[in-house]
Design a protein around this ligand. Sequence first.
Ligand code: NOJ
Length: 553
Amino acid sequence: MTQHLAAPATTTTTGTRAEPAPWWRDAVIYQVYPRSFADGNGDGMGDLAGIRSRLPYLKELGVDAVWLSPFYASPQADAGYDVADYRAIDPMFGTLHDADALIRSAHGLGLRIIVDIVPNHCSDRHDWFRQALREGPGSRLRERFHFRKGKGPDGELPPNDWESIFGGPAWTRVEDGEWYLHLFAPEQPDFNWEHPAVQDEFRSILRFWLDLGADGFRVDVAHGLVKAPGLPDIGSGDQLKLLGNDVMPFFDQDGVHEIYRSWRRILDEYEGERVLVAEAWTPTVERTALYVRPDEMHQAFNFQYLTTNWDAQELRTVIDGSLAAMRPVGAPTTWVLSNHDVTRHATRFANPAGLGTQLREQGDRELGLRRARAATLLMLALPGSAYLYQGEELGLPDVTDLPDEVRQDPSFFRAEGQDGFRDGCRVPIPWTREGVSYGFGAGGSWLPQPRAWGELSVEAQSGVPGSTLELYRAALAVRRDHPGLGAGSMVTWLDAPDGVLALARDGFLCTTNTTGAPVRLPAPGTLLLATGPVTVTDGVAVLPADTTAWWTV
Ligand code: NOJ
């Protein structure tokens, strides 16, 4: 719906609530990447004790929940997304006692904890896989995975043409001649979700963490569990290009939904509004919406928003499309700009040439940060739930010049250095101006931090008006105090100059200038917060280039 900027007032926002909506509908959820957040024991690797010690910071920042990337026992072939034991903590991160203490402390502060569950694959060191290897071809234990004979006279060719997301074939041959499927690294064998033992095991794992107090699960590769019957060939040479754009025989198969219905029934047995969040890369937002039907998951990541250019029209199209796709199923839309798999948005937006999610250039850092701040404030004005990735509140750029020898991203090695630059967004975050790892811990840091990071630290930005950290704190405080923000499923678009977005929400207005030049607008209300120096003179507001402003009306 479009109204005039000079005359906002009535909105069609469905934000007025008769009774409090479930917490997750408009929650701001902060992603902690355990190895890079805070190091409690000084070994250079972040851990659960470190995270626990920094919970007050997250409380003060103003988030509602924390999502922890995996901390389970793991050989770390894919930074913990290769799980050897789903009920144990990797010693590098601490113990079960630490996990318990972390959850309790978070709850004590009113923060929820979402843990990452990795059901598509495990580690090749998981007991089940080791047993399956030992038992040999034809063994029943191999049926929990996808073992097959190869093609060709001696079975020397993979059973089908599927490629690993990390590059190379999706099959690895074992000594006895059979092949097993791994959509990711060879150290990550895919489970066979047709097998009842796999289904039972994961229901039991869910209960384990729910009993420990977890408020929910972020479900890794939620779209991958079920494969098309017969594991058919794809028949295309460039499979990576098809990913996320086309239906693949290993992704987004209809059979996955029955699994999440059964998981939902388990969560509903527990008190406290526990949640399931899908990491599901699907060809369309409409397909994503299927994961959040009323008897399935609660939320799904909105990757369409993350991959949108800094362009008013494109942003508006994605916002409208996302809201429209979720409305029929009654789920909140989610918004996310950064995570541990993509180039941080301050760097993506600094590269005018393109918006890849794996960038190797810094681009124009000032421009990138300006746009990143504006993009964040726009995101936080939208109805639904927003995800933040650790360090974005400091405006951290990606580290694009890590030497190859320190990189750990398995896709970097599989793709022979052509891709796999996820380490750049995983560099430990700076807490203090000085110190061996800028307050990350008493020791070093598992990936080198750039020298300039002291000035981006929490210490350097705290209390500094206009700093990115104070901007995030202020925005989250407004969001908390302004219940209409985040609620409902509609925005009202107001007429605005080219390149400017103006949206109204329940007594509140957000204007975003995506252009490289200042724009003049009739001041639409009282200025509440802005990402740059907005001026208002005689009823005329000047919005600098790449700036978002929030107004009350
Ligand atoms: C998605 C996770 O976010 C990513 O980090 C991981 O490599 C893959 N899933 C495989 O688990």
